[in-house]
Design a protein. Structure first.
Length: 222
């Protein structure tokens, strides 16, 4: 993932604020930003994200024919944030599109017949992420995947011991803001007995990049 030195994965606390768009116009950040996207192309063949992130990226409004990617997307989307157009766009872009939802009226159901590469993984009331990982492995042969979601989901995945590797590109910026999304958000820890929820890391690689960007890779200690 891409974050600032102070751990922010957005430039502000509203959906119109976005690193991918905003870093492109900020001197001192725009010059080295492409390195992150180059590294992103080395992702696993399965990528986990959320409908909110894709909606923020504008997939619901896209009309251009997307280039087919070798990556399959796993999208968690309950609200839903994706429209029928957004689901269609993603299905045409990816090898396989997994829509994980508790919403029985999700637009994916309406477009699935016309797009056979859509797979809907449904849950009744709450998505069981550990169960989801087991299903993806057992039923679809997903041995590893890259998580590219927001801070809330990142925290849940880490605390449920479903992440074993952290790869971060650190941008040379200090963003700040109490309400600005960070690499790890979600529920705070409240008492000393919660300290067991903290995951420690083992450094694997530190690689300086151009224009003061930095690549960090860690192994999550079990």
């Amino acid at each position: 993932m891409l974050m600032s030195v102070d751990g922010k994965i957005s430039t502000g606390d509203t959906d119109i604020m976005d690193i991918d768009q905003d870093y492109k116009i900020i001197p001192g950040l725009k010059e080295g930003l492409q390195q992150y996207y180059d590294l992103e192309q080395e992702t696993d063949l399965f990528s986990l994200n959320t409908g909110r992130v894709f909606a923020k990226l504008g997939v619901n409004e896209k009309t251009d024919g997307p280039a087919k990617s070798p990556v399959s997307f796993i999208v968690i989307d309950n609200r839903p944030h994706l429209t029928a157009s957004g689901v269609t766009y993603l299905s045409e872009k990816t090898q396989k599109l997994f829509v994980v939802t508790t919403n029985k009226l999700h637009p994916a159901y309406a477009v699935k017949q016309a797009h056979p590469n859509i797979e809907i993984v449904s849950y009744e009331q709450k998505i069981d992420l550990a169960d989801l990982m087991q299903k993806l492995r057992k039923d679809y042969g997903v041995l590893k995947l890259t998580v590219q979601s927001g801070g809330t989901l990142n925290t849940v995945l880490v605390r449920e011991s479903l992440v074993d590797r952290v790869l971060v590109v650190v941008a040379p910026a200090l963003v700040g803001g109490k309400g600005t999304a960070s690499l790890m958000d979600g529920e705070s820890l409240h008492t000393p007995k919660d300290l067991g929820e903290i995951k420690t890391l083992q450094l694997v690689e530190t690689r300086p990049l151009k224009e003061s960007y930095l690549l960090l890779e860690y192994k999550v200690r079990k």
